[in-house]
Structure formats: C-alpha cells, structure tokens
Ligand binder design. Structure first.
Ligand code: NDP
Length: 280
C-alpha cells in the first residue's frame, strides 16, 4: 500500500532544495511580500507557513497584516507601492478578502511580473496559450505530483472535478498542454460517477469532504486530491475518501502530505522565477 501513496513531502522538499541551492549559489536577494487582511484563522495558518518556507529557502518575507476594516483604496495603494518597490519580487494577497473588498480589482492591481500566484488576467491568458512565466501554485504542484508517478500523460483520459479559476480551470489547461484528453466536471455535471470512472488521472478540487468514493474511480487510476476541508473535530480531510478508494487506485496523494505541500513549494519557485524575470 505504501507504494501507492505519492509522497508530497519528499517532492516538495526537492523543489524547495533546488530553489535554496540556486539562491545560495548565485547569492541572490529574493523577496516575497505577503498581504493578509483581517483575522481569518485559516489565512493566518497559510501566511505563517509561507513565511516559514521563505525562511527555509533563503527568501526574505515581508508581512503586511492589515485590519479587517482596511478600505479597498488603502489595499490598492499598498499593492501599488509594492509594485514599485524594486526590492520586492513577488506579491501575494492572501484570499479570501473581507466582503467589502473587490478581490478581482486587487488581483488585477498586482504587477503581472510580481504575480507569483499567477491569478492576474495577463498570466491566466498566457497559461491558456501555453507561453507563461508562472503557473498557479496548486495546479503546477499537482502536475509535478502526477509526473512523479512516471505515468505518460499524453493520450490519457483526465477528469478534473471542479472549475474554479484558481484550481480546476488551470489544472485542466495544464493537463491539456501535456496532451491528456480532459473533461471538466462541476456541480451541474450529469452522471458524475460515470465520467469520473473514465479517468486514468482524476483530480478532485471540489471542497466537499470524502466526496469521491470507490464507485467513482477506475481500477488503476491516479488520483490527486486537492481538497483541504476542516472537519468538526478540526482534522484536515480531502475531497477523496482515501481509505475507500485505496484498493482501486494505482497512485494517490494523501491529505495532508500531498498537494498542500507542493502548492507551498511552487510558490517559492515562482518567487525565484519572478526575481529572475525582473532582473532581465
Ligand atoms: P471552489 O469552491 O471555488 O470550487 C469548487 C468547485 O467544485 C466548483 O467548480 C463547483 O462547481 C464544484 N462542485 C461543488 N459541488 C460539486 C458537486 N456536487 N459535484 C461536482 N462538482 C461540484 O473551490 P476551490 O477550487 O478554491 O478549492 C477546491 C478545494 O481545494 C477546497 O477544498 C479547497 O480548500 C482546496 N484547495 C486546496 C489547495 C491546496 O493547496 N491543497 C489550494 C486551493 C484550494 P460549480 O462551479 O458548478 O459551483
């Protein structure tokens, strides 16, 4: 059973080690600015992890913790200031933002060259045409996890459950770039179990604990679980019923210990990439 579980921790360490080594070897100054607005506990955990990762790989991290009642204008002004600060290479605004702030407007304000989340429309468009500088962290992490299994993606049937702008849609696009035949499913999809069962590669990004069960999985499938759901007992749980599907799959990512760690590692890689693009 052990060999079925894709080791996200090991792969994330490898990515971070490469970033660290490149920074050390070339004596680079790389800096990531993280903005957090309000006191969402999950956002606080994510921001703390990002700071820890920066420290590990030798990236300077600046945290801007703004109060819940920060105005849209104040936030946009801060982003503008960071856009114009030559010492800042990457800007990340932790989502979600408080309801009175227009998330899209904030994302669009970030300079595409410093948009290490790759959420800006320019970066999204570049991903669409396959000519990009950054990939969004979670889908890029999923691709690395899939590739680590050694599977030939070309020609395989891939099913992505979820069509969010930050996970589902870019995930489908990256699989398409690797010549998979891709189906995107969502809440209005009919016959979801049947479609999922056609997947050689199944990516679940739904946000519902244990949503994917063994009746939705093809024998021998590779299953990537993006879900990060908090159960009432505070335990982290994926979108896939891990124990239920384990017998059927050839490979699967655990939660925790899978996609989440890779997402964090790719952010470090993107920040390093941003610093290199800005230098040129
Ligand atoms: P969203 O809520 O933005 O999107 C969820 C998607 O799932 C939507 O497209 C929705 O369809 C679809 N969906 C909901 N219910 C069903 C259903 N019954 N059948 C089929 N599809 C359904 O979530 P995100 O994409 O932002 O995140 C998904 C999960 O991934 C969450 O658990 C989140 O916490 C986790 N996540 C993990 C990350 C990591 O680093 N590991 C990073 C980002 C997210 P519709 O569009 O029709 O509403």
């Amino acid at each position: 059973m052990e060999q079925k579980i894709i080791n996200g921790a090991e792969l994330a360490k490898k990515v971070k080690d490469e970033v660290k080594q490149e920074i050390e070897t070339n004596n680079l100054n790389v800096c990531l600015a993280v903005i957090i607005v309000g006191d969402n506990p999950a956002s606080r955990v994510y921001v703390n992890s990002k700071k820890k990762d920066c420290q590990e790989v030798g990236i300077e991290s600046l945290e801007y913790a703004l109060p819940e009642n920060t105005t849209q204008e104040e936030l946009l002004n801060l982003v503008d200031r960071l856009n114009n600060d030559p010492n800042v290479n990457g800007i990340l605004v932790q989502l979600p933002l408080p309801k009175h702030i227009d998330e899209n407007m904030v994302i669009e304000k970030i300079s595409p060259l410093k948009d290490v989340d790759a959420f800006h429309a320019i970066n999204v468009g570049k991903i669409m045409i396959g000519d990009y500088d950054f990939l969004p962290c979670t889908p890029a992490g999923c691709m690395e996890l899939i590739k680590s299994t050694g599977v030939e993606i070309s020609g395989k049937n891939a099913v992505v459950v979820g069509r969010s702008n930050i996970v589902g849609k870019p995930m489908a696009m990256l699989l398409l770039h690797e010549n998979a035949t891709v189906t995107i499913c969502h809440s209005k999809t009919k016959n979801l179990p049947e479609i999922c069962k056609t997947a050689d590669i199944l990516v679940a990004a739904v946000g519902i604990p244990n949503f994917i069960n063994k009746d939705m999985v093809k024998e021998g499938a590779i299953v990537i679980d993006v879900g990060m759901n908090r159960l009432p007992d505070k335990k982290l749980c994926g979108d896939v019923d891990f124990n239920d599907v384990l017998d059927k799959v050839s490979k699967i990512t655990p939660v925790p210990g899978g996609v989440g760690l890779m997402t964090r590692a790719i952010l470090m890689k993107n920040t390093l990439t941003a610093s290199k693009i800005q230098k040129n």
